[in-house]
Design a protein around this ligand. Sequence first.
Ligand code: XIL
Length: 362
Amino acid sequence: MTLSRREILTGAAGTAVGLAGIGAHPAVGSDAPQKKLAKNQIPFGAAVRGEPLLLDDAYRRALLKYCSIVVPEGALKWIETRPTPDRFDFAKADVIIDFAKANGIEPRGHTLVWYEALPPWTKQISSTGNAERALRFHIEQLVGRYRGVIRSWDVINEPIAEDEIGTENLRPSVWTSTLGERYIEIALRTAAATDPDAQLVINENDLAVSGAKYETRRVAFLQLLRRLKDKDVPLHAVGIQGHLRSDWQQDRDGFQRLLEGIKRLNLDILITEMDVIDQSLPGPETVRDILVAKLVYDFLQTVFEVIRPKSILTWGISDRYTWVPLWFKREDQLANRPLPLDDQMRPKPLLAVIDHFCTSPI
Ligand code: XIL
């Protein structure tokens, strides 16, 4: 994904029409040339929604043009894949995974264990035995179904509590209440047993934020990773989400200390869900886009000074489809602009910043 200067300045890249898109089921058309990454280039990708992938040609073309990796934004969560304890539904996920397979794009998996997005029946899980069975079965089914296809999984999502809770600071969920911290080990071991070649990831949010509470979280997170490594639990990488809030300060030193610690544990780093919560930035689009890009520049610079991530993903490709307004609508009613392409699929400065880091020399 190297953009020419002209493309960056004029936004021409976003309007270029690809060759893909002919056929009755456009999302699984396989006529896009496979993206060639330069040697040592960091692959870039984005979270994807199935419905617009099927219905919105411009969106699909943008994904083909810019992404070497895609990750379903919601389609692999329990609430979508596990309607009842015994039934699985992969229809929504397969739209995205088939699109990736047909177009030589690497799919990632998000996520096998989270406190959120659970179907109502999981509220009835109360015994340790039931929880362990449900969790193992779920992971075996999902990882097994996509073995060799999804080669990187967010096995655990957001394990650390927002506020201090107990000694381990684990985020309360049906999994902690039934299994305690052991749920993490069970999940990772089950994933490894089901697909020994998959990259297993623990994904966490708000790791760069300034403030005592966030420092406590960073320490708790690193201690958790250390405990897992001490027990030889299979774990290969840490996912840094990177939902960056323009109204929060980043703690450069604290974040770098964490990254150093992760590096010392021999774990890789992925940037998994980057976007900018631009709620409090000034309204004018050109000004806002520059500030959004600068926030990401500072964030990635902080990371790259310590370690080169193995991949960089944003939580969506275009402002046309983003989760940000669900939670962070602007008071002036202007649309949020958190992502690399605008709502017309035109590249923004943010894309150039990402491209700069992805192609940076080692
Ligand atoms: C979000 C999706 O983007 C929304 O569409 C959905 O309603 C809720 O979940 N951290 C995560 C993601 O790990 O799974 C979340 O995705 C965003 C925050």
